[in-house]
Design a protein around this ligand. Structure first.
Ligand code: MTE
Ligand code: MO
Length: 450
């Protein structure tokens, strides 16, 4: 097929325009905290919390497995299960349904995991596995209506085009019918006014506003309506948390935990970060919640002894985050800043964080240190595991096949926790020679310890 000069020009002009406008279609790794390059786990740095809409080049990426590239010409969405008429839809079919847009926060359940004490295994997110985007697509309800849900429908199962690595279970997730039929639960084909980027689920993903990211299934290609609870790993073992307080460090059986659904009310201080000059200082950040919008943000500059209300700026939407600011004129000295959001339902951030085994839903009003001085203090020493140690025999062969050492280096675990991690990985297909296991366990436990 030939492309006319005119279309060629239009394409080039659009590309030039989008580069001027900075409308990237992927995260810029040089401006992200790379938790893992492959599978891709990329975190937005703190300064991202001053944008109302998170641009795609700063939007966090969380993948349990390698990012698939879906070719639209071969793609379709199948909907079956306990329905009257199973259907298969192309993108053109979907685009004939009413188009719906909403601004909404997407946050990983594990955001803030690295702050839990005692430490827990998993991607060690600090603040930024969260972003606020403008999503557009169709109502899931409209798609389900086409099939005629049977009255026994209970759970809606989503499966994306990503394929598991080794023997890890396929990433499949369910949401209850009530959430699926909510008019704000969408299947999105656009993000921030452009076609859904590959890293965020091209061509179609679930938008479950107010719920943690694990329900926002990417690269969606199959929806199955179930009349029972789904037994898969990512529902029955992962993404569950206790409903009652548990003593820090205790193991809790998955059967005694429930699936993570709603996000918590939360706020983050973006600036100043660590240091500012004496004089007027604008403290600024973002605050978000679940399906109940943020009603106010309070700020403390004295470690929580006194609180003042911050100004909420920009637009308020039901599911988007709110940028807030607090103007302050500090003298030289050391301060402890905190921000604390409250939602319309009256829930507020706790002053101490309850611990949970998988490290989900961190939302404490977190103290951050700030120095006010004319000169910037010399930069702090960052946590490091020390100089490169030599690898034990068999470690690279057993552990560097599916991912590199990023995923190990960020953990701070006990020997028992490392032992369980090795078992998890051998269950997923890591092959360790029996004679190498002790040395590998020793290396990990001594080098990346609590
Ligand atoms: N198919 C598929 N969907 C997925 C995931 C995945 O690994 N595979 N990760 C989930 C998790 S845990 C989160 S937090 C969000 C992250 O979305 P993002 O990468 O667009 O930020 O996608 C969710 N959807
Ligand atoms: Mo997540």
């Amino acid at each position: 097929m030939t492309i006319s000069r005119r279309r060629l020009f239009a394409g080039a002009a659009a590309a030039a325009l989008s580069s001027i406008l900075g409308a990237a279609d992927r995260a810029d790794p040089s401006r992200m905290i790379v938790r893992s390059p492959r599978p891709e786990d990329l975190e937005m740095p703190l300064d991202g919390f001053t944008d109302w809409i998170t641009p795609i080049d700063r939007f966090f990426v969380r993948c349990h497995t390698y990012t698939p590239t879906v070719n639209l010409s071969g793609w379709s969405l199948k909907v079956d299960g306990v329905v009257e008429h199973p259907i298969t839809l192309t993108m053109d079919d979907l685009k004939k349904l009413p188009r719906v847009e909403l601004v909404g926060v997407l946050e990983c359940a594990g955001n803030g995991r690295s702050f839990y004490q005692p430490r827990v295994p998993g991607t060690q997110w600090a603040f930024g596995s969260v972003g606020n985007a403008r999503w557009a697509g169709v109502r899931l309800r409209d798609v389900l209506k086409k099939t005629g849900l049977k009255s026994s429908a209970q759970q809606i199962l989503f499966d994306g085009a990503d394929v598991p690595i080794g023997k890890m279970p396929d990433f499949q997730r369910t949401i209850p019918t009530a959430k699926a039929l909510h008019p704000d639960t969408l299947l999105a084909y656009e993000m921030n006014g452009q076609s859904l980027p590959v890293q965020h689920g091209f061509p179609l993903r679930v938008i479950a506003p107010g719920w943690a990211g694990a329900s926002w299934v990417k690269w969606l290609q199959h929806i199955e309506v179930l009349d029972h609870e789904f037994e898969g790993f990512w529902m029955k073992s992962a993404y569950r948390h206790p409903t009652r307080p548990v003593p820090p460090g205790t193991a809790v059986d998955a059967s005694e935990m429930v699936p993570v659904t709603d996000l918590n009310v939360k706020s983050v201080i973006a600036t100043p970060a660590g240091w500012a000059k004496p004089g007027p200082v604008r403290v600024r950040g973002a605050a978000w919640s679940n399906t109940s919008p943020v009603s106010k943000v309070d700020v403390s500059t004295d470690g929580g002894q006194s609180w003042k209300q911050a100004k909420l700026i920009g637009r308020q939407t039901q599911y988007g985050w709110r940028i807030w600011q607090y103007d302050w004129k500090p003298a030289e000295g050391s301060y402890t800043l905190m921000s604390r959001a409250t939602n319309m339902a009256g829930r507020t951030q706790p002053l101490s964080q309850e611990w949970n085994p998988p490290g989900y839903l961190w939302n404490v009003a977190q103290p951050v240190a700030l120095t006010i001085s004319a000169q910037a203090p010399s930069s702090a020493v960052t946590e490091s595991a020390g100089p490169q140690a030599s690898y034990p025999d068999g470690y690279q062969a057993a552990c560097f096949g599916c991912h590199d050492e990023h995923l190990m280096q960020q953990q701070r675990l006990t020997g028992a926790q490392w032992d369980r991690e090795i078992n998890k990985m051998t269950g997923w297909g890591a092959q360790i020679k029996p004679q190498d296991r002790d040395a590998i366990l020793n290396y990990l436990s001594n080098r990346f310890k609590q």
